[in-house]
Design a binder for this molecule. Structure first.
Ligand code: NI
Length: 272
């Protein structure tokens, strides 16, 4: 039982036949659930369609910071419509990317705020993309009230008594200190393939420090293929290798790690 909490069956590089093959691979694996995550309007719509088509598929809708420059007021209205469809469980992936800066930072911040406001209005979980923008991401999340009492009171407290802001730091790549700070505020941390890489010292520290109740696992396929499969395109069944690495770090069995991270993801995304 595995939950790939972040994948892109909607990736524009696939054709329909390749997507059918991915679906079959998932059905023949230990993966029970995947979250197909939108990055612009078309991919969000496609994620919604996949969620309709496949029992095991759920969707998140949003504009990735790379595509913020293409977003307009009408897109926000359309996203809101998509967010209300069945099996659409989150707004995302949204955030800031100052590494590639494919959209002007000012424009990235504007649409980041607007999409946070949409998630707050709809009381939906939020999936965050943060690359080289740690400070601004946290400041904007705080300013928009993502960690406010008004927000966290809408969700049951977590098993260790911490508030739940239903905020997911996807493909986490920051420091241990920042991860601890986020978890205290009510966020959840998602770990991807890079935790299996040789140079993953920082990410291993994060996985050690953060209690498993606050961790999800993901592929971000087709990117970031975990070891020992690095070099080929990633796909959801490979999330098993992330689970195996987390199990090793935490001193848990693979089965326990798979089950707990799956339960965490179902709870986070309100899936029963
Ligand atoms: Ni992604």
């Amino acid at each position: 039982m595995l939950f790939d909490s972040h994948t892109h069956i909607n990736n524009e590089t696939y054709n329909d036949k390749e997507r059918e093959k991915l679906a079959r691979d998932i059905e023949n694996s230990n993966v029970s659930y995947v979250m197909d995550v939108g990055f612009d309007l078309e991919s969000s719509l496609m994620a919604c369609n996949h969620a309709q088509k496949y029992d095991w598929c759920y969707a998140a809708v949003g504009f990735h910071p790379h595509y913020a420059k293409n977003m307009g007021e009408e897109d926000l209205v359309l996203l809101k419509g998509l967010a209300k469809k069945p099996k659409v469980q989150a707004i995302g992936e949204i955030g800031l990317d100052y590494y590639r800066n494919l959209s002007d930072p000012e424009i990235q911040r504007h649409w980041f705020r607007k999409q946070i406001q949409l998630a707050l209005e709809l009381s939906m979980p939020i999936v965050i993309h943060d690359r080289d923008a740690n400070h601004d991401v946290m400041q904007i999340l705080k300013e928009e009230g993502v960690f406010s009492k008004a927000r966290t009171d809408q969700f049951p407290r977590q098993s260790d008594g911490l508030p739940d802001a239903r905020l997911l730091m996807h493909c986490y790549s920051g420091s241990r200190e920042m991860a601890e700070q986020y978890v205290k505020l009510g966020a959840t941390i998602s770990i991807a393939g890079p935790v299996t890489y040789k140079n993953a010292r920082k990410l291993v520290e994060v996985a050690q420090a953060i209690p498993i109740e606050h961790l999800l696992i993901e592929t971000d396929a087709p990117y970031l293929t975990p070891e020992p499969l690095r070099g080929r395109p990633n796909k959801s069944p490979y999330v098993e290798h992330v689970a195996r690495k987390i199990a090793e770090i935490k001193g848990l069995t693979y089965e326990e790690t798979a089950r707990i991270t799956c339960e965490n993801a179902k709870r986070f995304f309100n899936i029963r």
